[in-house]
Write a protein that binds this ligand. Structure first.
Ligand code: IPM
Ligand code: MG
Length: 368
């Protein structure tokens, strides 16, 4: 056995634990096939962390993350329980955003692909789907309105005043632009940078910096688009996009929109990466969908986003390209076999077979 890779597995809330179970099953299959060694340690986060240790990100969980090579994350947040604690302590801010900031995970990659076999789950008419939808959303993850200061709600006569601040600096835009251009080079060499330069100071700076960085990547075609138009173009002609580069908030919104094109949010994995030091790129890998409390614990959730997130982990943090590809091929195989969780099932497809979370995980693990 070669190197042991240390993975912190934080399943979180809602459907998190059941999709994480399937992802670990698949990782164990990969371990056997490729003679690798994964040291997977599970720890509570989110409401599970609050229940276990009084905090959304318990100290022991944070320490585990610091000692690991990568974090495999499920999802956090149970809106029903939100009113019971102050907003700063809720899992979204106290765990998810805190981890992003703590580990400097500024680059969020969300690959959206509509497999041919799932064409019917796409809400667009077939003629709008062209030869297939294949978009990489590159989202800046540690800046913008999510983190800008001041951020507060104050009392004023007649009510309150809520303030969020959108801030970006040149270096923050430069580093995410490099990530996006490099990713485009490995794909169809087209980059569409999203901004709101017609209204926002941030948008003007964003456009200037991306344009300047683009001069280093003459082989990549750069286009700029206002975010409102970008949202519309995704619906009208999604096949025009290869890589979409977005600031934090715009990327949050457009990546959900793009995911819907791929059939289901349950299919969308994501990788959040920091700076590479030496050979090591610390990363955080999570499905882009949420905790889906309505279907939690019922063996209904689609585990594919979580499983594809492990593939991204193998590729980006561990450099295990063959193992990553094996997972992606196994997912494609399960889909080709007609296996469908409820979110991607349609009775209109005669070859489709409705399965649960576990059965989908079993089939993918077996295909590996
Ligand atoms: C996402 C999620 C998070 C975000 C929430 C849960 C804080 O929507 O990862 O896209 O807004 O970044
Ligand atoms: Mg989101």
């Amino acid at each position: 056995m070669s190197k042991t890779f240390k993975i912190a597995a934080l399943a979180g809330d809602g459907i998190g634990p059941e999709v994480m179970r399937e992802a670990i099953k698949v990782l164990r299959a990969v371990e056997k096939k490729f003679a690798l060694s994964f040291q997977i340690t599970e720890a509570p986060v989110g409401w599970a962390g609050i229940d276990a240790a009084g905090k959304a990100l318990p100290d022991a969980t944070l320490a585990l993350c610091q000692q690991s090579d990568a974090i495999l994350f499920g999802s956090v947040g149970l809106p029903d329980r939100d009113p019971t604690i102050p907003k700063e302590q809720r899992p979204e801010r106290a765990a998810l955003l805190r981890i992003r900031k703590e580990f400097g995970l500024f680059a969020n990659l969300r690959p959206v692909q509509l497999p041919k076999a799932l064409a019917h789950s796409c809400p667009l008419r077939p003629e709008r789907q062209g030869d297939g939808i294949d978009i990489l959303v590159v989202r800046e993850l540690t800046g913008g309105m999510y983190f800008g200061q001041p951020k507060k709600t104050e009392e004023i006569p007649g009510g309150h005043r809520a303030i969020d601040t959108m801030v970006y600096t040149t270096p923050e835009i430069e580093r995410i632009a490099h990530v996006a251009f490099k990713a485009a080079r490995l794909r169809r060499k087209k980059l569409c940078s999203i901004d709101k330069a017609n209204v926002l100071e941030n948008g003007v700076l964003w456009r200037d910096v991306v344009t300047r960085i683009g001069k280093d990547y003459a082989d990549v075609t750069l286009e700029h688009m206002f975010v409102d138009n970008g949202a519309m173009q995704l619906m009208l002609r999604p096949t025009q996009f290869d890589v979409m580069l977005c600031e934090n908030m715009f990327g949050d919104i457009l990546s959900d929109e793009a995911a819907a094109l791929a059939g289901s949010l349950g299919m969308l994995p994501s990788a959040s990466l920091g700076t590479t030091s030496g050979e090591r790129t610390f990363g955080f890998f999570e499905p882009a969908g949420g905790t889906a409390p309505d279907i939690a614990g019922k063996n209904l959730a689609n585990p594919i986003a979580q499983i594809l997130s492990t593939a991204l982990m193998l590729r980006y943090s561990f450099g295990l390209n063959d193992a990553a590809a094996a997972i992606e091929t196994a997912v494609a195989k399960a889909i080709a076999q007609g296996l469908r969780t409820g979110d991607i099932y349609t009775p209109a497809d005669p070859t489709a077979k409705k399965v649960g979370t576990r059965e989908m995980g079993d089939a993918i693990a077996a295909a590996v």
